[in-house]
Design a protein around this ligand. Sequence first.
Ligand SMILES: [Zn+2]
Length: 350
Amino acid sequence: MYASIRGSRRPSTPRKSRLTFRLAVLASTVALGAAGLAVAATPSSAATCNGYVGLTFDDGPTGSTSALLSVLRANGVRATMFNVGQNVQNNQSAARAQVDAGMWVANHSWNHAHMTSMNQSQMQSDLSQTNSAIQAATGIRPQLFRPPYGETNSTLQSVASSLGLRQVIWDVDSQDWNGASVSQIVSNASRLQDGQVILMHDGIQNTRDAIPQIMANLTSRNLCPGMISPSTGRAVAPDGTPPPTTPPPTGTPTTPPPSGGCTATATTPNVWGDRYNTSVTVQGASNWTVVVALTPPQRVSTTWNGSPSWDSTGYVMTMRSNGSGNTFGFTTMMNGNSGARPQIRSCTAG
Ligand SMILES: [Zn+2]
């Protein structure tokens, strides 16, 4: 089990983080005052991806998988989760949440044993059972396998291959399992080059806290989080993720917000086939209320870093600050309408 791997695991408590949104893709900027009259749409610069890196999180799902997913989503990260089969079986909803958050799920053995001491049939049974558990929980058949401790041999590789699993070790070890500080994890991640893969873990507070800085460093080098190719084992551009479309018209550009209001800026950092994430940053107030309207039949499935309430139609969300900072986010299910994006109706201070 993950509790026994490579050094001790300290219990960690999920905590709300002040998250800075850094990955601006095609941004729809809507500035609107308390009076509710001014709407302006301004495209911002697109993020440039000159290369891709594979961020990987091993040993989940854990009790803090949802905290990890929240940080990843808020920072526009898609990552590969090397799951332990037994953990998946014991926490199927967390495995499903990984996929719902846009993560890729992969095989990290049934119970984190030292697999090089197994015979061929034990290896076969271990990896098959894990594949089955992941598929049962998520509907997705893993294509990637990482041996526990990175320990492998030719028998294990051929067994994995026979099950359609590409073995993936890592290029950079974050050392998060070894008690690395946030700054050490960030520093280790800064060595990542195009195509490379970094080892991190689910269930470690320092790892979660490092993610905003890791993303800032990658963005400054025009590197983007990618998927790991099952054919090469290298990080590549995600597939099934069309680039964000041009934001829809959001009204007539008019005046800046009146004093006393605040400004809410919405971006769409992630778009998948059936859903997308929106990140909204509020300026001008630390206590704020932002009203967001959806286009039916789109529906919000998840929110983070704010307290939402809904009108009777279910298409107008009022999000209030809850002490988690000035950036909140939400996932919208397209439900067949892939073009519409949420409209910010107002931003009110207090
Ligand atoms: Zn592991």
